[in-house]
Ligand binder design. Structure first.
Ligand code: PLP
Length: 375
């Protein structure tokens, strides 16, 4: 039977029960279960604030938009980012009218602190760190650089639901952490996400901006009674970015299983590492130091990536690639490889099948094919 890279694992009956509750109550939108998932997420991660959104992409935009307005950044001020990410990361920088500046990646495929440091200028305002595959890479060194240079640190934690660094959820010291609960991520809904600001002021602004700039509180406290209940104030031009109760209900179910599922993902990673131990021409991307990875991905590198992919496809195994170097795409096009490590990696990496339906037998089968093909 074919083995896919990802197959979402929904707990169908429990999700339906959550959705049924929303439908029977007649409340599918903002509030109700969105409040509940925010509370549960704060308890689970230990992060100070959490606001449930319709996706991680909008969360990344919101983080940059809010910092830009509040801290008076100028158009085309710079955000140092990675070329080896899903395009959402870099699109978000452009949505906010800021300029992505690409630093190179290290052996973890995360931002390399040395490369970041060289790119810091008077225009640099923030660093966008992507914990690729759930890995924390050299996050601590990046955080230190940001502190030294007064830069905001935004953690694109789309792959990192449940990742711990030295026992604590990754990003507790970041200025904003953005999670994705898209269907193939570790905590699957259909589409949703979470933004966790370190400072409560930014969380409050995010709540207003994610609902078109509407502030119901002022009227609720004062004139919002009787016939004036419909009134609300609009303080600025916000976005329609908030999450809804149907997605929140699914997220509540996913959260119950997240640590258990991640433990299985780490087990799969261990099986892959053991089974690929004899493969001479394959290297495995290591976990960061003191990182308990969510293992959204298990990535390997081989010289002839496209050849290996094709052979695996012929055997009905369908791995993925995370990611093509973003500077090869039109909006980010650069002449030649600006980040040689990222460019080289993007031609050598494969993400092996990693989901709850993959068994140890599957892993051994996939690994033995890889050993035979690459030897
Ligand atoms: C999936 C992903 C996103 C976007 O998440 P959505 O919830 O689909 O918007 C952002 N960054 C990375 C690294 C991702 O993998």
């Amino acid at each position: 039977m074919a083995i896919q890279l990802f197959t979402p694992n929904f707990r169908v009956e429990e999700c339906l029960e959550q959705i049924r509750e929303c439908l029977e109550k007649g409340w599918t939108g903002l509030g109700f279960k969105t409040n509940e998932i925010e509370e549960q997420w704060k308890i689970y991660t230990g992060l100070a604030n959490a606001h449930f959104l319709s996706s991680a992409t909008v969360g990344l935009h919101l983080a940059l938009d809010i910092f830009k307005k509040e801290l008076q950044w100028q158009d085309e001020d710079e955000v140092i980012s990675t070329p080896l990410t899903f395009v959402s990361t870099n699109h978000a920088i452009k949505y906010a009218g800021l300029k992505p500046v690409f630093a190179d990646v290290d052996e973890f495929l995360c931002l390399c602190p040395k490369s970041v440091e060289k790119l810091i200028t008077a225009k640099t305002k923030a660093v966008m760190f992507v914990g690729i595959g759930g890995n924390t890479g050299q996050y601590d060194a990046i955080k230190k650089l940001c502190d030294e240079h007064g830069l905001k640190l935004i953690l694109d934690a789309a792959h990192m639901a449940g990742t711990r660094l030295r026992g604590q959820h990754a990003g507790h010291d970041a200025d904003a952490v953005v999670y994705s609960f898209q269907a193939v991520k570790n905590l699957p809904t259909a589409d949703s996400g979470m933004i966790c600001f370190k400072e409560p002021e930014y969380d409050a602004i995010a709540r207003k901006l994610s609902w078109l700039g509407i502030n119901k509180d002022t009227y609720a406290r004062t004139a919002g009674k009787g016939a004036y209940k419909w009134r609300y104030d609009v303080e600025e031009v916000g976005f329609k970015y908030h999450g809804n109760s149907i997605m929140a209900g699914m997220a509540l179910v996913g959260l119950k299983y997240l640590d258990r599922d991640n433990a299985y993902r780490r087990q799969l990673a261990k099986w892959y590492v053991a089974a690929l131990g004899d493969a001479k021409n394959v290297s495995i991307i290591p976990d960061g130091i003191d990182c308990e990875s969510s293992h959204h991905l298990l990535q390997i590198r081989v010289a002839d990536r496209d050849g290996l992919l094709q052979k695996l496809n012929e055997n009905e195994i369908y791995p993925g690639v995370h990611y093509a170097d973003n500077t090869e795409y039109k909006p980010y096009l650069q002449d030649g490889a600006l980040c040689p490590n990222a460019r080289k990696a993007s031609n050598e990496i494969i993400s092996l099948p990693m989901h709850m339906g993959v068994t140890q037998t599957d892993v051994n089968h996939i690994a033995s094919l890889i050993c035979a093909i690459t030897q």
